[in-house]
Design a protein around this ligand. Structure first.
Ligand code: ME8
Length: 499
């Protein structure tokens, strides 16, 4: 038993979340639920990144105020996350005043410590990324600089600004990236290390003139400026866990913080974030879990690429949150981009959820009702399945502790396939008293369902209710073996999709 703190990026609420945001958020939720299941005290946080030029412009375009826009959109995000059964403990919005206080405190501290200075800036900016690009980082289209991620023209900016002395942290960052295993998978640490070794670490602009970007937190030592949206946003991870306001809570959870992010925002979450933390005398995060992209026809799925897949369409197609969550987690890959196609989604849903898990739950439910009048009793499970079951529990735990959700799910499916084969072999429908077989199958379903619970809580709970057991820590000692099952219902968990 310990504490466990996990965060998602806080998303820009200029548009509703899409499958890419769901990918990150469902992953974080699955890890959060796994830790609750094994008895940890979990604090899981997501939220919205509400300031900056991107939001200011989005509101202007819609003819409403930024406040109106972010209020409406924050609710929308919560609604989407409820569709997907996201069990966050706190939804942070950067317009909350406790957050603004932390941002102002951090600006003041860095200013007083001589880590912020005023100077002029000129460079190419991508409003969609809210980021400057230096030569070599951007791509060129018709001789003009374009954002490599959004494939949109960059804007030229020239202005007086405040800089954060990031360059002072170059040696610190190199040391962290070389010697501390924070960034996971490790290859992402190497990527950033390579970049710093090649280009060095340069000071970054952390303020905007108010006349241009007025929608932001005011710089506490200069009311003509607002705080750069990334400096503002990163601090959510501290303000959301009680930094300054509730230090007991902060000290309880901060040492265990796991940030989940997509690789597009790796630079900000390493070079920039780690340096800010160092400057604030706050320990670095325990883990930075980085994943690759969902892509469609070779391009990162996103609003700018125009290849967004809507969460509600997925929910419609795959019944409810469980189908969608399972597919996303089954494909989850930290290192490799995954090409999204309906064919691939359908085939995972049909063969694994409908034909393997759903089918087993249905068959066993029907047989227990028919052959045993709904009650199956037993002392121990058949050794043919006992060993694979124990082995799966071991692999599952190992995989989940390494954040390899996809491997964990594959292991459960292998076990369920064996259980389906076991029915076919034993033919319990032909036996006078198939108690032993059906009890064995119920135990196997029970443990599989419990292991599936973090990824598909809704379907798992339904199965547990129908077959008469509780979702509890599968690793507790002594194990909570169940001697008797009263099956209430032979469920059809997942309707197959006709392809
Ligand atoms: O960057 N594949 O917010 P954002 C995988 N506000 N993940 C994807 C994805 C895709 N195609 N598209 C989006 C921001 N994501 C900042 C974050 S945090 C202090 C501030 C996910 O709305 C992925 O997690 O642009 C990515 O990092 C995040 O959405 C970007 O969300």
């Amino acid at each position: 038993m310990g504490s466990f703190y996990i965060t998602t990026p806080i998303y820009y609420p200029n548009a509703p979340p899409h499958i890419g945001h769901a990918y990150t958020t469902v992953f974080a939720d699955t890890i959060a639920r796994y830790h609750r299941l094994i008895g940890d005290e979990v604090f899981f946080m997501t939220g919205t990144d509400e300031h900056g030029l991107k939001l200011q412009r989005a509101a202007e375009k819609m003819g409403i105020s930024p406040e109106e826009l972010v209020d409406k959109m924050a609710e929308k995000y919560k609604w989407y996350w409820s569709l997907l059964d996201i069990s966050y403990d706190h939804f942070i919005r950067t317009t909350h005043d406790y957050h603004e206080r932390v941002v102002k405190y951090a600006m003041n501290k860095l200013y007083q410590d001589g880590l912020i200075y005023k100077a002029s800036y000129a460079g190419w900016y991508c409003v969609s990324c809210e980021k400057f690009y230096s030569p070599g980082e951007y791509i060129e289209v018709d001789g003009k600089p374009y954002c490599p991620i959004h494939r949109k023209p960059l804007e030229w900016l020239e202005e007086e600004t405040y800089y954060f002395k990031l360059s002072e942290f170059e040696d610190f960052m190199k040391d962290v990236l070389r010697n501390r295993r924070i960034v996971y998978p490790e290859s992402y640490a190497q990527e950033i290390l390579g970049k710093i070794e090649k280009d060095g670490l340069h000071d970054v602009s952390i303020a905007r003139p108010k006349e241009r970007v007025w929608w932001g937190i005011e710089v506490p030592f200069d009311p003509d400026y607002t705080v750069y949206v990334w400096f503002d946003a990163l601090l959510n991870y501290l303000s959301g866990i009680g930094y300054l306001e509730d230090m007991d809570k902060f000290h309880k959870y901060w040492p265990e913080v796991h940030h989940v992010i997509g690789k597009d925002i790796l630079w900000f979450h390493t070079a920039v974030w780690f340096s800010i933390l160092k400057a604030l005398d706050v320990p670095l995060p325990k883990k930075l879990l980085v994943h690759a992209f969902l892509i469609n026809r070779g391009l990162k799925i996103g609003k700018s690429a125009g290849n967004v897949i809507a969460i509600e369409d997925l929910i419609d197609r795959y019944q409810d949150s469980s189908g969608v969550r399972y597919i996303l987690m089954r494909l989850f890959n930290m290192a490799k981009d995954i090409e999204v196609t309906t064919e691939l989604f359908d085939s995972i849903y049909n063969s694994e959820l409908a034909d393997t898990y759903g089918n087993l739950v249905r068959r066993v439910g029907v047989l227990v009702k028919k052959k045993l009048e709904g009650t199956a009793e037993g002392e121990e499970i058949d050794e043919e399945l006992e060993k694979p079951l124990r082995e799966t529990l071991r692999i599952y735990r190992e995989a989940m502790d390494e954040y390899d959700v996809s491997k964990a799910l594959t292991a459960i499916m292998d076990l369920l396939r064996r259980a389906n084969a076991y029915i076919n072999e034993k033919r319990p429908w032909e036996k006078q008293d198939p108690s032993k077989e059906l009890y064995t199958l119920l135990e196997t379903i029970k443990y599989s369902t419990i292991m599936l619970y973090p990824a598909i809580p809704r379907a798992a709970q339904k199965t547990a209710d129908a077959l008469g057991y509780k979702i509890t820590n599968p690793y507790q000692e002594p194990p909570s073996t169940q001697k008797k099952y009263e099956v209430k219902q032979a469920l059809i968990l997942f309707k197959k999709i006709k392809v």
